[in-house]
Design a protein around this ligand. Structure first.
Ligand SMILES: NC(=O)c1ccc[n+]([C@@H]2O[C@H](COP(=O)([O-])OP(=O)(O)OC[C@H]3O[C@@H](n4cnc5c(N)ncnc54)[C@H](OP(=O)(O)O)[C@@H]3O)[C@@H](O)[C@H]2O)c1
Length: 270
């Protein structure tokens, strides 16, 4: 199907997207922030491997922000699109209730409080210290650190029921203590990712007795925004995500609570 045709089919068949057809014999992945960037590419690559995909995004049905996901769901009927804002505990719990009988093999915490352009991310990241809005940090912490914990807590029974039992959380080198970015760069974002790392390391210990592995994955510089497409130093999204999926496939208990650079596969001491 051509891109234009499948986009049209995505719009026309909108109501059918709610009727995703999961394959009982295939594993299931749930992804947060799946409407664009790495989340969308994760949904695409897992769908192409034949997995059942629960692709979540903070947009309601019919929102243009879901156009690419809808097209994917038309091409792969085992893709379900669900509304999920990781700051909304009631919404997360309601979705977990809807899926209470479904094992979830891999839960990917991908969503983050970032902008849809690199230029805007840079503008926020490079704000001088005396002008940083620390009240705005509440939002970074809510999405980046608390969001993943809420999602794992709500979907824990689904993970326990699955064969693979994996949580994969996307972090950032901005949250590193060992290699901090210079000056005040990305202070609120970086501190929220550091909090996320701490939570995930503690979660890895807490979930070990249940046989659940908790991996932290650190992309380096991936061209997820339209204004990054021509940057030669930025890795193409499809290649970076293929590397991430290889790391998730290979993730075993010995890597639980460790931070893995997903381009090199090496453990970062942070
Ligand atoms: N790209 C890189 O080089 C890089 C480097 C280091 C770390 N990372 C990390 O990699 C992950 C993916 O990044 P990306 O570059 O693919 O980002 P992206 O393209 O900007 O996508 C971010 C996603 O998070 C969603 N999101 C934001 N707030 C949300 C909320 N409250 N609830 C649910 N979803 C929400 C966004 O939805 P909307 O469309 O609604 O905004 C969007 O789908 C993030 O965790 C990021 O911190 C990326």
């Amino acid at each position: 199907m051509s891109r234009r045709m499948s986009w049209l089919a995505g719009c026309l068949l909108l109501p059918l997207c709610a009727l995703a057809q999961p394959q009982p014999s295939a594993p299931t992945v749930l992804i947060t922030g799946a409407n664009r960037g790495m989340g969308l590419e994760l949904a695409r690559q897992y769908a192409e491997r034949g997995w059942n995909v629960i692709a979540t995004a903070r947009h309601g049905r019919g929102d243009p922000a879901l156009a690419a996901l809808r097209t994917l769901a038309v091409e792969h009927p085992q893709v379900a699109i669900e509304e999920l804002d990781v700051t909304d505990t009631a919404m997360i719990r309601a979705l977990a209730l809807k899926y209470r009988d479904r094992p979830i093999d891999v839960l990917i915490n991908n969503a983050a409080a970032v902008s849809d352009t690199f230029a805007e991310d840079m503008r926020i990241s490079l704000t001088p210290f005396d002008r940083i809005d620390f009240d705005a940090a509440r939002h970074d912490f809510d999405v980046n650190a608390l969001g993943p914990m809420r999602v794992v807590q709500a979907f824990l029974p689904n993970l326990e029921r699955s064969r693979q039992r994996k949580v994969a959380t996307i972090t950032s080198s901005a949250g590193s203590f060992g290699r901090p970015l210079p000056g005040a760069v990305a202070m609120n974002y970086g501190a929220s990712k550091a909090a996320l790392n701490k939570y995930m390391v503690m979660l890895a210990y807490a979930l070990r007795p249940k046989g659940i592995t908790v991996g932290l994955f650190e992309p380096i510089f991936v061209a997820t925004k339209p204004d990054m497409q021509h940057m030669r130093v930025a890795a193409p999204v499809d290649r970076a995500v293929a590397g991430l999926i290889r790391q998730i496939d290979a993730m075993g208990p010995e890597r639980s609570g460790k931070i893995v650079n997903f381009q090199t596969g090496k453990i970062d001491p942070f």
